[in-house]
Design a protein around this ligand. Sequence first.
Ligand SMILES: Cc1cc2nc3c(=O)[nH]c(=O)nc-3n(C[C@H](O)[C@H](O)[C@H](O)COP(=O)(O)O)c2cc1C
Length: 338
Amino acid sequence: MKALEKYKLGNIELKNRLVMSPMCMYSAKDDGKANDFHFTHYETRAIGGVGLIIVEATAVMPNGRISDQDLGIWNDEQIEGLKEITSRIKKHGARAGIQIAHAGRKSEATKTTPIAPSAIKFSDDYRMPQVLDENQIQQVIQAFVEGAKRAVRAGFDYIEIHGAHGYLNHEFLSQVTNQREDQFGGSLENRCRLLNWIIDQVKAAIPEHVALGLRVSASDYMVGGIDGDEMVRIIDQVKGKLDIIHTSSGGLAPVSMQVYPGYQIRFAEQIKHECQVATIAVGLITSIEMIEEIINNNRCDLIALGRLLLRDPYFPLKMYQQAGILEGIPKAYKRGFY
Ligand SMILES: Cc1cc2nc3c(=O)[nH]c(=O)nc-3n(C[C@H](O)[C@H](O)[C@H](O)COP(=O)(O)O)c2cc1C
């Protein structure tokens, strides 16, 4: 089964092509530190056989939290808990990744003010964001750099910059949310500038053995927003510095989107082939047959599983069982599978 073969992501080797998608657990306290719940949650999925675990969106600034319960990576005290997560993941042969994030105008953290490229609310239920000036933009870039350095100190093998789901980086990329008239708005090149600078500086700050990726929303599902073709042009601007593109969609505005099995695979496929980069496909991929179809048809390089791993942490072990690969099952669990 090709999905269970090793894969080289940048300079790291994954034992298979299965990835745990980043999923906020809203289980931290005000201090943003990881706790027992996170340790158990991530270690369980590592025992479950997935090759790469991407820890949930972790805020690089206090005002970058989606909620008051998000994990944080904006100070050194937060490193210890994250280190415990990486050591628990790695001792079972999985690789540890983390998504570093800023929620922008979608932050609902109660003690801070949301920020954004332009003064446009997400919806009437959200606060009006404060518009970033150029100095503040530099502070955001620095926060991503410091967050990435802390991720390295915590032992992560893969860092994913969150550029999707209507959060700060995505807000700069899309014309719908970016109405700036300075060097960060207008043309596609200008709208990519913040992301480009973040990627450049993060890349320069992390060692070569740590892989770097970007999660994007390849469609805003609205007129005037990003679509697959525009995302191809965006990725063309940044791809030289990245090891993989994780292709999600939506989240920029409260619009309805059609969700069906494999609904985002076409974006991973388009970006892989048109930009000639490695991609991760994600979104309602729920069976071994689907995974085999996607990987064997070369539609993407890695498969991310989200909700499936919430309800079935041992799903990858069932794949090893079906493929007859005994060594993929942890010794202590073999009796459960054979
Ligand atoms: C509880 C939950 C939390 C999520 N948190 C994040 C997150 O922190 N970062 C992110 O990029 N996507 C997040 N997502 C989206 C998932 O990573 C994934 O892309 C989405 O659930 C679709 O994949 P699935 O159908 O396999 O679940 C979250 C999804 C869920 C269900």
